[in-house]
Design a protein around this ligand. Structure first.
Ligand code: DX5
Ligand code: ZN
Length: 215
């Protein structure tokens, strides 16, 4: 089943409460919360207190994407603030990826691991059995509104063939033009920022994507 996660990075930050209610009303499965620290990526976005502030506005799953160094140091604060899922970057964990995943998993949240476009999916080998989701970045992390990097879908295809039941998320440059090939490659969790918050009819957008079946 296709799941849709709307990225708040493209929302109006002056009206975040209303924007998460819009995400829920449009029928999305998740709110995608992009956390950036200005160190792992050259941008700074939102701390745990923003998550805490928007939590009461919706029951929708909070899909927190940590684009930060030392994710193990901050994951707990986001979980306490209301995160339902934590996705960390393999590139931010060096050679202690497994320990970091285990440490976050022990806090009773869904755990995902993200890989940037230049990172081979095989770096996930030590943790794949522990993961609830893999995030294959389809842009370089740090900013919304970038163009889709199509060759990253080869990683989606390879992972789907080996892990038919795994949630495989794609994130960056997904819209009505690019989502079809991502779904055909095997992605089943679709992040949309610009396409969702820029849509004249978000509800219709969600409906049309959810109806796509992997051919
Ligand atoms: C980029 C973020 C993405 C981004 C997606 O680093 O992880 O979630 O906000 O934005 P769009 O859908 O606008 O490309
Ligand atoms: Zn993201």
């Amino acid at each position: 089943m296709i799941k849709i996660s709307a990225s708040l990075l493209a929302a109006d930050f002056a009206r975040l409460g209303e924007e998460v209610r819009l995400v829920e009303k449009a029928g999305c499965d998740m709110v995608h919360i992009d956390v950036m620290d200005g160190h792992f990526v050259p941008n700074i976005t939102m701390g745990p207190m923003i998550v805490k502030a928007i939590r009461p506005h919706t029951g929708t799953f909070f899909d927190v994407h940590l684009m930060i160094s030392e994710p193990e140091r901050y994951a707990g604060a986001y979980i306490k603030a209301g995160a339902d899922g934590i996705t960390l970057h393999a590139e931010s964990c060096g050679d202690h990826l497994r320990e970091v995943v285990e440490e976050i998993k022990a806090q009773n949240v869904r755990v995902g691991c993200a890989i940037s476009p230049d990172t081979p999916w095989t770096v996930l080998d030590p943790v794949l059995p522990l993961l609830d989701m893999v995030l294959v970045m389809t842009v370089y992390p740090g900013f919304g509104g970038q163009n889709f990097i199509e060759p990253t879908l080869q990683k989606v295809w390879a992972l789907r063939r080996l892990y038919p039941e795994l949630d495989i998320q794609v994130d960056g440059g997904l819209n009505e033009e690019t989502v079809g090939e991502a779904v055909r490659a095997g992605a089943n969790v679709i992040v949309m920022g610009t396409a969702f918050f820029g849509s004249k009819d978000p509800r219709e957008l969600v409906k049309s994507i959810r109806e796509m079946e992997r051919r």
